[in-house]
Design a protein around this ligand. Structure first.
Ligand code: NDP
Length: 335
């Protein structure tokens, strides 16, 4: 495979405070500095990308910008000893698509230290089906393991369980033998059969989950993976077992948090934040290897993403931000 002189990319530009977007023909000379040139196969459309493309919030830190917070492809050229032409690689985080050019392009020049070699059993399509959401789910599972939460200890609660992060977290925990409780939003009951097939044993989600709990409630969870935040996280903390651990990575329900010191003092509960953007490279490699090993084939097949092209991005981003999208969106940058 050789580098193309010109290639297509989805570019956001800003002039006089007005943002425009277009699929442009770029040359390799347009690309930023970096020691590895990658032929991109796939990226994915995540909520952050939806906001960037739809111009909602302040995701994009500099213009012009190629959005796309992750990518997977094949190394075309490398001046790094770490990679050779033909190597399959994945990149998530490091602020690509926000501060640095991201994945909505047929060629990307990036820093070798951002890349992870694809583990055996993974291809570029599977990697982006899993995407940043699945990668974050694995980081959350590893965080619980680091806190000593083993399958024999009790039940692990996953919140936002029907979502991108939550459903992969259920699948991984199920494969590892944990007893899992799943919290889904009202109206998501149609996802329960699917989540049960991935390993969920119990479902929660009554009206109390939209109210603030008492400082301490009955102990129910030895571990929790929380993707929702806000009042849901308040209740999770109040219901944790003695020495339980909550891995929180998301704020789908809001970024505020009302709690007391009681769960921390009287039950020794720990609350650990999980971020896929700045995660150290060694941990990234382990997480991708474990996704190849621990994510059941059934879960991977059932991710069943919708494939979209660069031209589909504006409409898909608008739908995503409007909450009209269910499931993963895989961006096939060459279609
Ligand atoms: P999704 O939108 O796919 O899933 C979120 C889920 O949470 C949905 O099923 C949603 O239900 C549910 N939900 C929202 N509000 C509530 C509520 N109040 N009570 C119960 N359930 C609720 O998002 P992702 O799984 O991709 O991401 C989850 C969160 O994690 C996001 O905040 C995202 O920004 C964050 N994230 C963080 C990363 C990191 O590195 N820290 C990486 C990736 C994601 P419904 O659709 O019905 O509203």
């Amino acid at each position: 495979m050789t580098a193309k002189d010109t290639f297509k990319a989805f570019v956001l530009r800003q002039e006089n405070g007005k943002t425009s977007q277009a699929i442009e023909n770029l040359t390799v000379n347009d690309l930023p500095e970096g020691d590895v040139l990658v032929a991109v196969d796939y990226s994915s459309l995540n909520y952050k990308d939806g906001m960037a493309v739809a111009g909602v919030g302040k995701i994009v830190r500099q213009f012009p910008m190629i959005p796309g917070i992750d990518l997977a492809g094949t190394v075309l050229e490398s001046s790094s000893p770490l990679y050779r032409s033909g190597d399959k690689v994945v990149l998530t985080g490091w602020s690509v698509g926000e501060r640095y050019w991201g994945g909505y392009t047929q060629q990307a020049r990036v820093r070798s230290e951002w890349l992870v070699p694809l583990p055996a059993g993974m291809d570029t399509k599977k990697t982006m089906m899993i995407g940043t959401a699945g990668f974050t789910a694995m980081l959350c599972v590893m965080t619980l393991e680091e806190a000593g939460i083993t399958p024999d200890k009790g039940t692990v609660l996953v919140t936002g369980a029907s979502g991108g992060v939550g459903s992969v977290a259920v699948a991984i925990l199920g494969k590892l033998g944990y007893r899992i409780a799943a919290l889904t939003a009202p109206g998501q009951e149609n996802t329960h059969d699917y989540l049960r097939s991935l390993g969920a044993a119990e479902f929660v989600g009554g009206p109390e989950w939209s109210e603030l709990p008492r400082p301490l409630e009955t102990q129910r969870w030895t571990g929790a993976i929380d993707t929702v935040g806000s009042k849901v996280l308040s209740r999770v903390l109040a219901e944790m077992d003695y020495l339980g651990c909550v891995a929180n990575c998301g704020l789908a329900g809001g970024f505020d948090l009302t709690t007391t010191v009681m769960p921390f003092i009287l039950r020794g509960v720990s609350l650990r934040g999980v971020d896929s953007v700045m995660c150290p490279i060694e941990k990234r490699k382990i997480a991708w290897q474990r996704l190849a090993a621990d994510l059941p084939a059934k879960a991977l097949e059932s991710i069943n993403p919708k494939a979209i092209s660069l031209a589909d991005l504006p409409a898909a981003a608008a739908d995503l931000v409007a909450g009209k999208v269910r499931g993963r969106l895989l961006v096939d940058v060459n279609s």
